[in-house]
Write a protein that binds this ligand. Structure first.
Ligand code: PMP
Length: 330
């Protein structure tokens, strides 16, 4: 019989798919590492598994313990699935601006979600930061993974994403492109690929315009999961050879094209990373192999990126002079 012992063993080993339409006119091969094939639907399952297993080994997480993390998104889903299968409880803390759909997903997996008001100062006792710190202090057997400073975040990519890409491309990868949030993906995968290729693989970070990684001050942008207003320790500044800043509009337009033209319903940070990958690929020749990592699925963004009204309200509409209207008439 061929089966998996649990959903945990399905983490990683995601497919590489060639991009065929958005790459028109480009000579290099551009491949997408499609991370929504992970059981929790995102790249974050990888870090959840390694952070939990490392904490079990170090004794920080004991049988029956509780995982407390301020997260509303993909990391929470990964932690919730792994924790459930291994018999731990999860408490996630999120700001009240997070959509009820996201909160309901975490609760569906059995996690407890504490919602905090956004409209209070960070030093207020009810703030997002203070509530999660207090829960860690007051919950017996509590452990906080802290993806921003946990070395097992980048290490999970050093031990899984990096080796997978090297094997899948038979060592032919020449460029690796990924969005930067905590920095775990680019730091761990990038370091592995540089070591395996003896420094030949170039590593390119994609960043929303306004975020610190591309020289901004943390100015707001709408692409979720990437960019920061501080420098996390999970990010190794020595790995990326280049950081490409991408606007919200370009990110969302490319995200919509990936669904329409490539059959890839993915999130906004994926569109952002593809814009950066194409910018790099345009400079390259037929022997180059560019891999771009797509962190999550578009299902979590249906009411925003894939909602025409939201897109036009924010001024992100496609230029109607392009194929769009003609296609509709035909
Ligand atoms: N895209 C999305 C949707 C994410 O949730 C994250 C994680 N914050 C990233 C990209 C960036 O990955 P990393 O934290 O490894 O830099």
């Amino acid at each position: 019989m061929r089966y998996h012992d649990s959903m945990i063993s399905l983490v990683g080993n995601t497919p590489l798919v060639r991009l065929n339409s958005v790459t028109k006119g480009i000579q290099a091969t551009v491949l997408a590492k499609v991370e929504y094939f992970n059981p929790g639907g995102s790249v974050k399952d990888r870090i959840a598994l390694r952070m939990i297993e490392a904490a079990e080994q170090s004794g920080e997480l004991k049988p029956g313990g509780t995982i407390v993390e301020p997260t509303s998104g993909n990391t929470g889903v990964g932690l919730a699935i792994v924790a459930q299968q291994k018999g731990y409880k999860c408490i996630f803390v999120c700001p009240d601006k997070v959509s009820t759909d996201k909160i309901n997903v975490l609760r569906a997996y059995g996690a407890e979600v504490v919602v905090c008001p956004t409209a209070v100062a960070p030093e207020h006792p009810d703030s997002y930061y203070n509530v999660s710190d207090r829960l860690v202090r007051e919950t017996p057997g509590a452990w906080k993974p802290d993806q921003y400073s946990n070395p097992n975040n980048p290490l999970s990519h050093y031990h899984s994403t990096g080796p997978e890409l090297w094997e899948q491309t038979e060592g032919k990868i020449t460029h690796f492109v990924a969005g930067v949030g905590t920095g775990g993906t680019i730091s761990g995968t990038g370091r592995y690929l540089k070591e395996a290729s003896q420094g030949k693989v170039k590593v390119i970070g994609a960043d929303p315009e306004g975020s610190v990684y591309s020289g901004g001050s943390g100015r707001p942008y709408l692409v979720e999961g990437v960019g920061e207003d501080f420098w996390p320790t999970a990010y190794d500044r020595t790995v990326a050879d280049e950081i490409v800043a991408v606007s919200d509009k370009d990110s969302f337009q490319m995200t919509r094209r990936l669904a329409k033209e490539e059959g890839l319903l993915v999130g906004g940070s994926c569109g952002m990373a593809v814009v950066a990958a194409l910018e790099v690929a345009e400079r390259l020749g037929p022997d180059d192999v560019v891999v771009v990592l797509l962190p999550d699925s578009g299902r979590g963004y249906l009411s925003k990126i894939f909602n025409d009204e939201w897109i036009s309200q924010h001024g992100f509409s496609e230029d109607t002079s392009a194929g769009q209207t003609v296609g509709a008439v035909l």
